[in-house]
Design a protein around this ligand. Sequence first.
Ligand SMILES: Nc1ncnc2c1ncn2[C@@H]1O[C@H](COP(=O)(O)OP(=O)(O)OP(=O)(O)O)[C@@H](O)[C@H]1O
Ligand SMILES: [Mg+2]
Length: 467
Amino acid sequence: MCHDVVFKALLSDFSADSKSEPNLVASTFEHIKNAKINLNTIDNLHVQCPPPWEEHQGAVYICIVMLVEYHVYQQLWYLIEGSAEVSDFPKEEAMSTEDSDVAAEKQRINAYRTSMLTSKDCTDSLLLVNLYKRYGSYIAVDHICVGVPDQECFGLLGQNGAGKTTTFKMLTGDVVVTSGNAYLKGYSVRTNIKQVQANMGYCPQFDAIIGQMTGRETLVMYARLRGVPEENIDYVVNSLIDILLLNPHADKLSEQYSGGNKRKLSTAMALVGDPPFIMLDEPSAGMDPKARRQMWNVLSQVRASGRTMVLTTHSMEECDALCTRIAIMVNGRFKCLGSPQHLKNKFGQGYTLIIQLGTLDDGSTAPNQPVIDFIAENFPGATVFDDHQGYIHFQVPDSGVTLAHVFTLMESIKENLNVQDYSVHQTTLEQVFLSFTRAQVQSKEDKSKSCMTKTCCCICIKAGLYK
Ligand SMILES: Nc1ncnc2c1ncn2[C@@H]1O[C@H](COP(=O)(O)OP(=O)(O)OP(=O)(O)O)[C@@H](O)[C@H]1O
Ligand SMILES: [Mg+2]
């Protein structure tokens, strides 16, 4: 019989008169001697003997930790599905509609010999070779190919659910690769995930911090894990706390951090130990503008010091400021690839012309129609993008229209059409992004989450969720 069951039965018998008993030890022995333990009493107490494996819980948990730590599940998976590394190519039609830069990069990567992929001398720090991930029947990442050279900051853009985090998770070994492979500094994520992780700093999208530790303690722990010499740890940790503006919060429990400060801590955790390759999944989400700009400075310096980065963000401004090359992902595929300026030149739709109308004598805004007519007449194909509160935004398609021509015409009508001010902008990265991401389809999972019943609300019907 289990000891604690006997003890509880004795205790229930004993508790009634224990207060009146002067000698507690003597009375306890007396009760043990006299106690009538019968199994019915024990049943009434609803006390169950713990299953035998509970006695070996510690050993079981250690085994589970070891299985996870040494990626045994992934290794078994790759052993069974090993051939998928080279099979399962994308469909012909997908390849035929591919952007020329994306296709050229795919061709370049596929031309690498295996010995080159695993070579330490390869000029690309990171190589994604037909990387593919399927969750059930849903394709999250669809045969992406790219090489990220040393000292590059590569931006991975795409709207929610495009497959950015899944790509990161395959590189960190969090999820198994369905087919294809990735190589970091020549190490394969399929066979050398430990070396891949040793060369990588990672800031996950959702903060992986231990709430019961302070920010400083967390960084010290990471510094030790990353092998920073003991005498340098204080200096390294204090520098990171300083540059990421975490000083006022460094000694607070991290569970008490605000969202933005948690992101700062996660970014610091990725940078600790100066890893050669850094992956940042939306590091600036929720940061205030000052902290965000400070983080940009830090990341620019980190890159200038010879590190390579891959960054995802929903801030086009951040991408413009940091990234040397960008890929926009839609439904798990790369839709375009190149420097921010290259993408603006290639996919930009001319200029954005913003006109501010003057006011009339009675205080009302000058009429907009004469201005709209003038622009339509002089810039064929120009469309009104937005028109409110005296500001008209035109999209002028770039069909040989020079900036000089735009300025000359605008100066000539300024007086007559009561134009108070105007500005001309090149197409922004945001407009390029929007032109691609309109094509994103909702995953099955997202669709089912969007609306619970077919009669829930007219908004869903209007939005086309039900046809
Ligand atoms: N464990 C999972 N099981 C099934 N589907 C998943 C799983 N994880 C992600 N997905 C699906 O894969 C797709 C890509 O998800 P992912 O998290 O990579 O998107 P993302 O580009 O990072 O989006 P966001 O910008 O919102 O972070 C989504 O449609 C998502 O629903
Ligand atoms: Mg994500």
